[in-house]
Design a protein around this ligand. Structure first.
Ligand code: G6P
Length: 362
């Protein structure tokens, strides 16, 4: 069946704009997520969690690690499915293996899951296709319910994966009494504010288009961030590569001085994600160092960070939320920057060259 573009020029833009609704929908049906989770008794047997996926789904998982570790206190290891399949891993019946896949059909993720099952891990999947190979293989399966994602560059599925992961983290934490109901309610209340806050980020497109105009001329660029801002940097960099064919490298801001700084000059362009309170001040120092070398810096931060604003060529301000949920807001400007850069370059936004929606061979 043909999915309509709802008056948008491309599926990618339509799907970016669907994100508030996607989050809202999952939150309204959150009982389904809790009911699809393991029981308290089963969770009590777990001593570690592996999250395994590919591409954008892996980035969602890497953000999920922060939430799971913070709320449940259980150590979480994330891995790329194509590596996990062949690496030595530490899994047994006390391991919870979470696999994340928009399509539910990615070959390497299936391979990783087969390995987890062989090693007797408890298995849980997060997919956007209910009747998919991966959803059918795992003991527990959670459904993103984001609607069909047509654009090859994933946007709303990522947002849905984040939402499900945060709800899952809350549910595990509450069942294990790692958090009290007040903390649970506080995080949930913040989650409920996210759709409206995404809408704010989607309102004024001027800055995204301006940055796209700057980026369309470059052959190579960088994304930096710390903590989950670094994961957001990785996702933004991937989005830009996929749609605009610009070489782009994400790395933790603190690593700048360990090599990459040698490349920086007046021609360099950097997107800095500095939206996590506490860590944003550190990234801001790196931004001013980049400015000193003559680089152009475009930043994503929150209203409170005046220093970041003063040191950046363009600053995008996202609404404040709790640190845990910042990735849901900080990624949206990056999606739009990638979209408008691809558009400015005249690329086929929804069907980037050499890529497929679902990678069903190794
Ligand atoms: C491909 C897609 C990406 C996606 C990745 C994992 O590379 O183009 O958008 O993130 O596969 O796909 P999955 O369906 O497992 O999430």
């Amino acid at each position: 069946t043909q999915v309509s573009k709802d008056g948008f020029e491309h599926y990618m833009l339509k799907e970016i704009y669907e994100q508030p609704k996607v989050v809202k929908n999952i939150l309204e049906n959150r009982e389904e997520i809790y009911n699809s989770n393991f029981s308290k008794e089963e969770l009590e047997q777990i001593d570690k969690i592996y999250i395994v996926a590919c591409g954008t789904a892996l980035h969602a998982g890497q953000n999920g690690k922060f939430a799971l570790e913070m709320l449940t206190g259980i150590p979480v290891i994330t891995d790329i499915a194509s590596e996990f399949r062949y690496n030595d891993v530490f899994i047994d019946e006390k391991t919870l293996l979470i696999v994340i896949s928009q399509s539910g059909e990615t070959a390497d993720t299936i391979g990783a899951l087969e390995k987890g099952i062989r090693y007797k891990a408890k298995t849980l999947s997060i997919t956007n296709v209910m009747d998919s190979t991966i959803a059918n293989m795992t003991e527990k399966s959670m459904f993103c319910n984001a609607g069909p994602e047509i654009s090859i560059a994933s946007t709303k599925a990522y947002m849905a994966q984040l939402t499900v992961l945060f709800l899952l983290s809350l549910d595990i934490a509450l069942k294990l009494k790692a958090i009290d109901t007040q903390t649970f309610d506080k995080v949930l209340a913040s989650l409920k504010e996210i759709p409206e806050k995404i809408n704010i980020v989607l309102k004024d497109l001027t800055a995204y288009k301006e940055i796209a105009k700057e980026l369309k001329e470059v052959n190579s660029m960088f994304y930096i961030g710390r903590g989950s801002d670094f994961i957001t940097a990785k996702e933004g960099s991937l989005k830009l590569k996929e749609t605009s064919y610009i070489h782009s490298e994400p790395f933790p801001a603190g690593e700048l001085k360990h090599g990459t700084m040698a490349i920086i000059d007046e021609t360099s362009k950097i997107i800095a994600v500095a939206a996590q309170s506490g860590l944003d001040a550190k990234t801001t120092v790196n931004v001013s160092e980049l400015k000193d070398k003559g680089a152009k810096v475009f930043s994503i931060g929150t209203e409170e960070n005046e220093v970041l604003k003063n040191n950046s060529d363009i600053t995008i301000l996202i609404p404040k939320t709790i640190d845990l949920l910042v990735p849901m807001l900080a990624v949206v400007p990056e999606q739009l920057i990638a979209y408008y850069t691809a558009l400015a370059k005249g690329n086929d936004v929804d069907h980037p060259r050499n890529l497929t929606k679902s990678v069903i061979s190794e």
